[in-house]
Design a protein around this ligand. Structure first.
Ligand code: HPA
Length: 254
């Protein structure tokens, strides 16, 4: 088994040399990922937006990505997601872990379970993220002095535009904590594929209207991730050594 690592905005490679490109053909299309090791454990890195950030959130082939990771024997997936914070208690630069999501995407594929490759099925989504993986990530962050990591409700919008201030107020009333454009349907396809999935959310900005004078830009998102890159990789390295080889969660049988 290997770890699948999905890099978000600003995270197009991890580590230095030694990651071998590997192309997989899935029923949903071909995917190029990079095989290597993290803390001595096998890993596959997949830059969600492509190495040159050529894919906007609604253009990402989430189904092919998750099936490719499954075909490469990644039974655990750790994803990075840049997010805007709906609450002042989540400052820019802080890390949090997604525990639930609210799906406001539209027009994206909904399921892997499409004939002829997959028979139709419904999966349980009560706990969409792997609790075991999340606990190890939280412990690793704590050990590195990057914690405590709050568990958050992730609101996923369709993008690629940022939200209006009114939308953000509504998401806050509905129980959302952070907002991003890529967490869904990625987490859904991980569950459908029987993979464990955790999302490390990196707060890159206050969400629209949270600070009334603030205006959002893609540049502030990438600048914050650039500043955090070393920390994010250290967190991965620390988490991976803590995770036992065998899974004892419910994800494989969902
Ligand atoms: N909204 C949506 N997606 C994002 C944001 C945001 O404020 N910040 C980073 N990704």
């Amino acid at each position: 088994m290997a770890f699948g690592i999905i890099g978000g905005t600003g995270l197009y490679e991890i580590g230095e040399a030694g990651w071998e490109p590997i192309t997989v053909t899935t029923p949903f299309g071909a995917v190029t990922a990079y095989a290597g090791t993290i803390s001595g454990r096998e890993a596959v890195f997949l830059p969600r937006h492509g190495r040159e950030h050529s894919l906007l959130p609604h253009q990402v082939n989430y189904r092919a990505n998750l099936v490719a990771l499954q075909m490469l024997h990644c039974d655990r997936v750790i994803a990075f997601n840049a997010v805007g914070a709906l609450r002042a208690s989540l400052p820019v630069g802080s890390l949090c872990l997604a525990a639930q999501f609210l799906d406001f995407t539209c027009g994206r594929p909904r399921s892997l379970f499409e004939p002829p490759d997959y028979p139709p099925r419904h999966v349980d989504m009560t706990e969409p993220y792997c609790e075991e993986l999340r606990a190890h990530l939280a412990a690793a962050a704590e050990a590195l002095g990057m914690g405590p990591t709050q568990e958050v409700v992730y609101v996923c919008t369709e993008g690629p535009r940022f939200e209006t201030a009114a939308e953000i107020r509504m998401f806050g009333l509905l129980g959302g904590d952070v907002v991003g454009m890529t967490g869904v349907p990625e987490v859904v396809f991980a569950r459908e594929a029987g993979l464990c999935y955790a999302s490390i959310c990196v707060v890159t900005n206050p969400a629209a209207g949270v600070e009334p004078e603030h205006r959002l830009s893609a540049q502030e998102v990438t600048a914050l991730i650039d500043a955090k890159r070393r920390d994010l990789i250290r967190l991965l390295e620390e988490a991976v050594v803590r995770i036992p080889p065998e899974r004892s969660c419910r994800c494989p049988s969902s």
